[in-house]
Design a protein around this ligand. Structure first.
Ligand SMILES: [Ca+2]
Length: 235
């Protein structure tokens, strides 16, 4: 029965495709997202006049002051700000966005240890501003912007920000953010993922680990495309 065989073949093929899609391999766009290779792939910038930086952190003590902190949530290393005096610190990675982005998920783990009595969140990362500034944030931004910029045209999507009134000490907390719309709108471009911390009130440890930005692997996209063409041929 030729028709039945053909239908059976179609069911099997679609079943395989469905299985492939369900367990589709992901393409990781972040290099060294767990800081297990130090700061390879990452760029650190500290505002002029700052003390401290994003250090490589391991164990259960902060890198400069030896404050009690949770160990890195994955592997042996995390990135963590620490300093003996006020400053503003940026850690970023530039990411080439694929030409096609059907779905994209950004993940990271953050640790917050604010030694001040509150968060102060002016719309600047300048630690030398006359106002209190005690905050951390994560943004997807343009690569041409000043690394410390918080200007609207430069910030494509703010994905985390300390909020006045939120817990002064928290984490590591895992975040998972659907960034499909943003990446699809910037397919083929290079965007910047930035972690930033500013403090001029008291010590502030901002820990980062397990950074990941995934899209479906090209092989998975190829299977999906094959399924579409198979369906078109049959219709
Ligand atoms: Ca790690």
């Amino acid at each position: 029965m030729k028709t039945n065989n053909s239908a059976s073949t179609a069911i099997v093929v679609f079943g395989l495709l469905a299985g492939a899609c369900a367990s589709a391999p992901a393409q990781e766009l972040i290099a060294n997202g767990g800081f297990e290779s130090g700061f390879s792939g990452w760029t650190r910038v500290d505002q002029i006049g700052s003390d401290g930086t994003f250090h490589l952190q391991s164990g259960a003590a902060s890198p400069v002051n030896g404050f009690a902190v949770p160990p890195p949530p994955h592997g042996q290393s995390a990135a963590m700000t620490d300093s003996a005096a006020p400053g503003s610190h940026v850690l970023y990675q530039d990411i080439v966005i694929p030409a096609s982005v059907p779905v994209a998920t950004l993940r990271f783990s953050l640790y917050i240890n604010n030694s001040a009595g509150a968060f102060s969140t002016p719309s600047t990362l300048d630690w030398a501003t006359p106002t209190l500034n005690q905050q951390a944030r994560v943004d997807i931004m343009t690569t041409g912007a000043d690394p410390f910029s918080v200007s609207a045209p430069d910030i494509l999507q703010n994905v985390f920000q300390t909020i006045i009134g939120s817990s002064l000490v928290s984490g590591y907390n895992e975040f998972s953010i659907d960034v499909t719309a943003l990446l699809a709108a910037h397919a083929g471009e290079t965007l910047r993922l930035r972690f930033a911390e500013a403090d001029n009130v008291n010590f502030f440890n901002f820990g980062v680990d397990s950074v990941s930005l995934t899209v479906p692997a090209p092989s998975a996209l190829g299977l999906a495309a094959a399924g579409l063409s198979f369906r078109r041929r049959r219709s």
